[in-house]
Design a protein around this ligand. Structure first.
Ligand SMILES: Nc1ncnc2c1ncn2[C@@H]1O[C@H](COP(=O)(O)OP(=O)(O)O)[C@@H](O)[C@H]1O
Ligand SMILES: O=C(O)C1=C[C@@H](OP(=O)(O)O)[C@@H](O)[C@H](O)C1
Ligand SMILES: [Mg+2]
Length: 171
């Protein structure tokens, strides 16, 4: 059983997941990082093979790491896949969100996300996915203008009090 971080691009899933795993002494993976290590940069995968191929790789990497990895950060679009949605059943799903103002600061000058060209495209994507994020989430945290250490403390505290299998099974 894993703690899975979901949410829109730049919400802080990768940073928070890595830190949360450290705090819990738990194993960790960022599915985007696994894909990049195996297949190269995400914009290059999109350009050479298309988004559908990226989604196929992403689905497989998630299937491989759920169950075996205790803390898992997903890419923002991963949960739009119905197979992935079904696989999340029984895991603890933590949604991270942030306000457009906070996101604007984070995405300006960053070209690592081929689907995000500015706050307009981010907002459009977030609105289209919002219902799915909220439906899948067991709990949600806003990371806007809050230090990552505080966000992770809040998640760890919530996990301790609410974990589906109790805190000793999370770490
Ligand atoms: N709480 C925060 N406060 C300020 N900047 C943050 C915070 N969380 C994330 N960031 C910044 O936002 C960017 C995206 O964070 P990341 O963890 O990669 O998000 P995600 O994996 O959700 O796309 C990074 O540059 C990171 O430093
Ligand atoms: O939202 C998306 O569709 C994507 C988000 C990215 O991950 P982050 O959410 O970690 O930025 C990455 O998987 C890819 O660029 C596609
Ligand atoms: Mg990420």
């Amino acid at each position: 059983m894993s703690v899975v971080l979901i949410g829109p691009p730049a919400a802080g899933k990768s940073r928070a997941g890595r830190r949360l795993a450290k705090v819990l002494g738990a194993s960790y993976a960022d599915t985007d990082k696994v894909i990049v290590a195996r297949h190269g940069a995400i914009p290059d995968i999109f350009a050479a093979h298309g988004e559908l191929e990226f989604r196929r790789l992403e689905r497989d990497v998630i299937a491989e790491h759920l169950e075996t990895t205790e803390v898992l950060s997903l890419g923002g679009g991963a949960v739009m896949d119905v197979e992935t949605q079904a696989r999340l059943e029984g895991h603890t799903v933590v949604l991270l969100t942030a306000s457009p103002a906070a996101i604007t600061e984070r995405i300006t000058g960053n070209s690592k996300r081929p689907l995000i060209t500015g706050i307009e495209s981010w907002t459009q994507i977030y609105e289209a996915r919002r219902e799915t994020y909220e439906r899948l989430a067991d709990v949600s945290f806003d990371t806007s203008f809050r230090p990552m250490v505080r966000v992770v403390e809040d998640i760890a505290e919530w996990l301790e009090q609410n974990s589906k299998e109790g805190p000793s099974d999370v770490a």
